[in-house]
Design a protein around this ligand. Structure first.
Ligand SMILES: *Cc1c(COP(=O)(O)O)cnc(C)c1O
Length: 426
């Protein structure tokens, strides 16, 4: 039995779709070469940082209790700092998510009366609650911190006039979100981030520039600090955990700002000195080691999905051959049924919980039902193949992750097939 016969026999996907997917693959192949080149560069970067910091077996044993003198944790943080070209890093299981890492970075560095400014519109949903754009108990707004932003022009270009007008004497921190998150705006490339940072520094020198780096790590050869940011943060169950990290978040940047964040995470006067790693250090090191390759698998899956859906006339963000700045692929599927059937196909192709049927549900923080497909080893991990969508116009599904391209490809095929075969028009 060859591969195609295996797919038809075991997963019921018809021959016509498999043949089309082969044509798609041959057309996207040249982009895969570029992805491999970037992945190799980033792999070398990670390796060099591990060697420079003399990572050894001794670093795999963790502390408990207060977590003083956790040598492995300190080495891991030095490795992160080197990879991200930062002075310092905070990499902890006690940072429970990307939102938490960003909250700690924001609240540790802002004081009452300060203002946050975003040059690319509203931040990610959960951060809207953190900042107080959406009312939440304990938001930064309750502590006298305000927010202002400029919208992108045509969802892609910085509105430099609006940015200039939006930055004032209160502006203390610039929040730049690299990934589009759950919108269809363009994600920001490192070059674009560099451009806007240099513009902002010319208007106001003494601002802290924080990049929300979620989904962006290892997609390009450079990271935000190299583009002039002061600090960046993200989640370990996305790109930098490489699919192995069971939990955690990171903050990298200027020593002073990372320290301020650490004082918020633990307590003033304690900071980075405490924090047990509770046995997970080997997974954090090994996940980081694998992350450049894992990210490349996700990128290939995203490109394959974009091209295949474009063949069927669906609108995609980004387009298959656009320059990518993150691992997220959005597709407008035109109807609620399509969204639900696609997500069910993704779920059915998963290594875990393949027998589960995802249903839309009223998730806290959203104004409509949301469906999520995630048959993941690590709960909620979105560096593993996953898809989610709010059930509302224009019925956009967000697809990301894939620890292996073979799995990514099968999931996308099964999602599309489940959609097409349940659709009356086909
Ligand atoms: C995922 C994400 C976050 C929040 O991360 P969680 O780990 O889900 O809390 C913030 N910003 C962006 C752009 C993201 O993609």
């Amino acid at each position: 039995m060859n591969n195609d016969e295996f797919i038809t026999h075991n997963f019921g996907i018809d021959k016509e779709l498999i043949n089309l997917s082969k044509k798609v693959l041959s057309e996207v192949e040249y982009l895969f070469k570029e992805i491999d080149e970037t992945a190799e560069f980033n792999q070398l970067k990670v390796l060099s940082a591990m060697q420079k910091n003399r990572v050894g077996e001794a670093h795999f044993s963790s502390t408990t209790g207060y977590g003083y003198n956790d040598l492995g944790r300190d080495a891991l943080e030095d490795v992160y700092a080197d990879i991200f070209r930062a002075e310092s890093a905070l990499v902890r299981p006690q940072l429970i998510s990307g939102t938490h890492a960003l909250y700690v970075a924001l609240s540790g560095n802002l004081r009452p009366g300060d203002e946050i400014f975003s040059p690319a519109g509203l931040p990610y949903d959960t951060l809207q609650g953190v900042i107080g754009i959406r009312e939440e108990k304990g938001s930064l707004k309750e502590y006298g911190i305000t927010f202002n932003c400029a919208e992108l022009i045509d969802e892609k270009d910085f509105d430099y006039d609006a940015i200039k007008k939006g930055i004032n004497e209160k502006t203390r921190l610039i929040l730049i979100q690299r990934s589009k998150g759950y919108t269809t705006r363009q994600s920001l490339s490192i070059d674009k981030i560099r451009e806007v940072i240099s513009f902002i520094r010319n208007i106001k020198k003494d601002v802290i520039i924080l990049v929300d780096n979620c989904y962006g790590e290892f997609v390009e050869k450079e990271e935000p600090i190299e583009a002039g940011a002061d600090i960046a943060a993200g989640s370990l169950i996305k790109n930098p955990g490489g699919g192995l990290a069971p939990s955690g978040g990171y903050i990298v940047g200027k020593e002073e700002y990372v320290e301020n964040a650490a004082y918020r995470l633990t307590a003033p006067g304690i900071g980075k000195e405490a924090g047990p790693t509770l046995g997970i250090l080997p997974l954090l090191f090994q996940g980081l080691f694998l992350a450049p390759q894992t990210v490349s698998m996700s990128l290939k899956s995203a490109i394959f999905a974009a091209k295949l859906f474009e063949e069927y006339g669906f609108e995609t963000f980004p387009k298959w051959d656009d320059k990518r700045a993150d691992i997220v692929q959005a597709v407008n599927l035109k109807s609620a049924e399509n969204v639900i059937n696609f997500c069910r196909g993704i779920q059915a192709a998963s290594p875990v919980d393949s027998f589960v049927t995802p249903e839309p549900w009223d998730m806290p923080g959203y104004d409509c039902p949301v469906i999520m497909a995630a048959g993941t080893f690590v709960s909620g991990s979105s560096i593993e193949l996953s898809a989610d969508a709010p059930i509302k116009e224009p019925y956009t599904v967000f697809l990301q992750g894939g620890l292996s391209f073979y799995h990514g490809k099968l999931g996308i095929l099964l999602g599309l097939w489940n959609m097409l075969s349940n659709n009356d028009e086909h």
